[in-house]
Design a protein around this ligand. Structure first.
Ligand SMILES: *Cc1c(COP(=O)(O)O)cnc(C)c1O
Length: 470
């Protein structure tokens, strides 16, 4: 399997190169040259365990990794999860909640980053060389990335967070990792300052090359790929349980990485009747799917912080499919967006961008109300991100029932992706329900030893720190 760039200016590369490259040199994102059609595998796949299914899916794309090695990479990656099914689906109030938070940092990013860390180390071992990951985080991604590469001999990781501006719990999840290849940097500045330091450092190409700098951001193809697995897995479990022959998914969305995986699974032949895209007040994607106009607005902080984005880094991959894989057309649209802060595509004959997608937004009040109601009625506590998805799925169901009392969609089981454990977002849960939720992993952090260095908001000092510690 070869990989090409959405912008059409890159020679095709193999899977390992695609993973190590991250972003294509022409500024585009990597995609497989063709998506395999797996329709005739589905019946066989439905009987597999999570890791066996992951192997079947990933091997179609990772054709330059020997199968025994791939199998071991997958088994190692999911042995750190605390649930035998890795990603179980639990029936709650008429929905199926797909729990993606059984990994080491209790968020769905572990599903991808546990695998990516092992994959990086595997490739470095084979090819020789080192990787020094530099990242900036406001919380979630940094800790999942750190836990993905801790203790790996050929990788160092430097994660910057804004000093005193990350929730104490999230800070502890990062700084309590004491492996000698992990460096936490508390920058005297904001999250934007951290991101600027990162961008400036990566823009210094000689420095980047000399010190083998890399990143683990959400555009890495391996992250998207491994996320397709739980769409297949949960659809199989729910179809078996209900006898349905199709499902729909509701996905709390920020950078469009998670829901893109669902889109790809559908394109490969998984019977998905709807992808319900849910955003918080930062609703660029909801506006796009309801109007065809993708336009930037000011980002606002919410109680579902991992969805507080305005430009969705993985959206370009969807757009590429949307314009019929026409790289020139895609470049034109991306240029529009670059120049005017907006791009527009035509609506279809039903007045929609894409009949596969529905989209909606859940604001802070709706999020808190949903968390409370699910706890009161069903004894199940949703985290704020998951609550946005559940709320939007309910709205979608209500809209259908007013349009036509009996539609196909209503009898289709809905799977709501649960992207974090509620114990990670104590304040929001207390605000919604009056009491916190605990988790033993987080409780254990209370008196854990930590290691973190403070640093000024200064690119040169950060560069110097990296050089001194690799
Ligand atoms: C990252 C994240 C999301 C958003 O996922 P995208 O792939 O960026 O759309 C949602 N919920 C949680 C808890 C996350 O960490």
């Amino acid at each position: 399997m070869k990989y090409i760039s959405t912008r059409g200016q890159m020679e095709p590369v193999g899977f390992q190169d695609a993973v190590m490259t991250g972003l294509a040199p022409d500024g585009g994102l990597l995609l497989p040259e063709v998506l395999p059609d797996v329709s005739d595998q589905l019946e066989k796949w439905a009987a597999l365990s999570y890791t066996d299914l992951a192997f079947e899916v990933i091997r179609l794309f990772a054709t330059d990794i020997p199968e025994t090695d791939l199998k071991k990479l997958i088994d190692d990656s999911y042995s750190t999860f605390d649930h035998p099914e890795v990603a179980p689906s639990v029936e709650v109030g008429g929905f199926y909640i797909l729990e993606l938070f059984h990994g080491p940092t209790l968020a769905f990013k572990d599903v991808a980053l546990q695998f990516l860390g092992n994959l990086f180390e595997y490739i470095l071992e084979k090819r020789g060389g080192k990787l020094n990951i530099l990242g900036a985080t406001s919380g979630d991604t940094g800790s999942a990335a750190i836990h993905g590469v801790r203790g790996k001999p050929n990788i160092n990781i430097f994660i910057m967070h804004p000093a005193g501006r990350t929730s104490p719990l999230q800070e502890k999840q990062m700084t309590s990792v004491l492996d000698s290849n992990v460096f936490n940097l508390a920058v005297d500045g904001t999250f934007d300052d951290c991101q600027n330091i990162m961008k400036t450092t990566f823009a210094d190409v000689p420095f980047k090359t000399e010190h083998s700098l890399g990143s683990v951001n959400s555009v890495n193809w391996a992250r998207v790929l491994v996320q397709t697995v739980y769409y297949f897995y949960s659809a199989f479990q729910v179809m078996k349980k209900t006898g349905a022959n199709t499902v729909q998914f509701s996905v709390p969305t920020g950078n469009f990485g998670d829901i893109l995986a669902g889109y790809l699974a559908q394109q490969m032949g998984l019977p998905v009747s709807k992808l319900i895209l849910a955003t918080n007040e930062n609703d660029i994607l909801t506006r796009f799917f309801t109007t065809g106009i993708y336009s930037k607005a000011q980002a606002v902080p919410t109680i579902s912080p991992s969805m507080d984005i305005q430009v969705a880094s993985n959206f370009e991959r969807y757009l590429y499919f949307k314009v019929g894989k026409d790289a020139a057309k895609l470049v034109g649209l991306m240029n529009d967006f670059q120049e005017k802060g907006a791009l527009q595509i035509e609506l279809n004959e039903n007045g929609s961008v894409d009949d596969l997608f529905a989209a909606g937004r859940g604001d802070t009040a709706a999020t808190l109300e949903t968390i409370k109601r699910y706890k009161d009625q069903f004894g199940y506590v949703l985290d704020p991100h998951t609550a946005v998805g559940v709320f939007v799925a309910e709205e979608f169901g209500r809209a259908l029932s007013t349009k036509a009392p009996r539609t196909d969609c209503q009898s289709v089981p809905t799977i709501c992706l649960a992207t974090a454990h509620p114990a990670k977002f104590t304040q929001a849960i207390i605000d919604a329900t009056g009491e916190a939720v605990n988790h033993p992993t987080l409780d254990a952090l209370a008196d854990a030893e930590t290691r973190c260095d403070s640093i000024a908001n200064d690119v040169e000092l950060v560069k110097q720190y990296v050089v001194e510690h690799i």
